[in-house]
Design a protein around this ligand. Sequence first.
Ligand code: VAH
Length: 311
Amino acid sequence: KIIVLGSNGQIGTELVNALRKINGDDNVIACDIRRPDYDIKNSAPFEFVNVLEKDVIKAVFDKYQPTQVYLLAALLSATGEQNPKLAWDLNMNGLLNVLDLALEFKTKKVYWPSSIAVFGPSSPKDNTPQNTIMDPNTVYGISKLAGERWCEYYHEKYGLDVRSIRYPGLISYKAAPGGGTTDYAIHIFHDALKKGCYQSFLNAGSELPMMYMDDAIRATIELMDAPADKITVRSSYNLAGVSFTPEVLAAEIRKHIPNFELTYGPNDPRQKIADSWPHSINDDYAAKDWNWKPEFDLEKLTVDMLDNLKK
Ligand code: VAH
């Protein structure tokens, strides 16, 4: 059995589908604090779980005896800044609860997502290496960096097989993103189709590392399927997809919606967050250790987003 905590979120929604296709519906237990938008009585297994309530997670572990656990419940960068203590509590104690239970129940593999938000103003901006200066200045980034250290610690000290990826900003059409700095790259597609224009909260030239959700899900499953002795990074793997600015994304959208207009809003707190992050990521370790290769470039992801949102 596989447990997915945070199953209703932007990543969880698609990861649960992908894992169910591979492992069968009943073998993947979706868990979230919120009710999903489908009928849970007649669906594949769903459990209400708040990752801060260890006894509740423990009851779920006890019921299903999972071989794998994915912990996706978290507060993202922009929401985290509005409630720093809650972000720290949820992102950190949620992780520690799951790591402890995975040890107790001898869970074979644990997955936990990190983010390129672990980098900060002093990190190199271009082709940011796996190992470099890391001085995140958002509570989200601080919690992800601390979480990476804990993952490596549980691996070194207790032999727990925990694996992680530093996701770039993720672009998808199925579930809404939850309060991140990279969310503009999703809203822009919705508004382009609906209104023909979009007001960006980031500047024209804000280049950020991004990735299409299909690539992110495939990367996650490929990392989890890789033989343990190939995994040389036990904190979290750098992963690169495609890097672009709002301006460049708008130009790509205009190839399909020629009159699309992009304007820029008044100064937004998310600009400062974006300014502290890398422009592009070096993912040589992922390529070497488990053959990572992205499939979606800007052209391909733009076509796929527009096609699917039109439906
Ligand atoms: C955020 N999407 O914007 C997240 C992310 C790379 C950024 O982790 O907060």
